[in-house]
Design a protein around this ligand. Structure first.
Ligand code: ZN
Length: 212
């Protein structure tokens, strides 16, 4: 937030240097105005780089410590249209985070699944019935006796949905050889690959060659 404070300060300075008269008489703004404008631009760049770094760091950590990652297939572009949420969503860098998650997943051979986001927070992770709640309701309380934090309940639903896709039909995950969008491989192939590499390792474990 420090950087954001600095940005606000720079923006205030910039607006003080703006001259309406110059604009009206179609003159170039003062050189001090342009210096200030440049400072604002550089601060914006710093903030966006910092955000990207953060998304990358967290995504790498999540992929390294899990074999399968399921997440909601959110349409960030639509969510941003909600003005109350727009700033927090952009600040959190959801879109970048998801992209890094998929990239690292493909690179490290982990499964990443985007699940449809419908009713993930409204349905009960224990019995499946719908429990309506607004965004400000932070706890999930169901008639079946299930009481959970709102986000924890949603997370269980997302994971369940992700696992059911893996079990029943082919789920598309990114091809490790292609970081671009669109190309995909079957989860089965990745799993087979993992089994193959496990088999290659097993004789070594049996004979104890790996142990010192
Ligand atoms: Zn329930």
């Amino acid at each position: 937030m420090l950087r954001e404070k600095r940005l606000k300060k720079l923006q205030r300075r910039l607006s003080r240097k703006y001259s309406k008269e110059r604009k009206q008489s179609k003159l170039y703004q003062s050189s001090n105005y342009h210096k200030a404008r440049n400072r604002v631009a550089r601060q914006h760049l710093k903030i966006s780089r910092q955000r990207e770094e953060h998304a990358k760091r967290v995504a790498r950590c999540v992929i390294q410590s899990n074999d399968l990652v399921a997440y909601e297939d959110l349409k960030v572009r639509n969510l941003v249209l909600n003005h109350c949420l727009a700033k927090s969503i952009n600040d959190a860098g959801w879109y970048q985070f998801r992209q890094w998650l998929e990239r690292f997943g493909a690179k490290m051979g982990k499964i990443t699944i985007a699940v449809p986001p419908h009713y993930t927070s409204q349905s009960c992770s224990n019995c499946g019935s719908i429990v309506k709640k607004s965004l400000s309701t932070r706890t999930h309380k169901c008639a079946c006796g299930c009481e959970l934090d709102r986000d924890f309940n949603a997370a269980i639903n997302i994971l369940k949905r992700g696992l059911s896709t893996v079990g029943h039909r082919g789920t598309w995950v990114n091809d490790p050889n292609d970081w671009g969008e669109g190309t995909s491989t079957f989860v089965g192939e990745i799993l087979q690959e993992q089994v193959r590499s496990a088999n290659q390792e097993s004789p070594c474990l049996k004979t104890g060659e790996c142990q010192p």
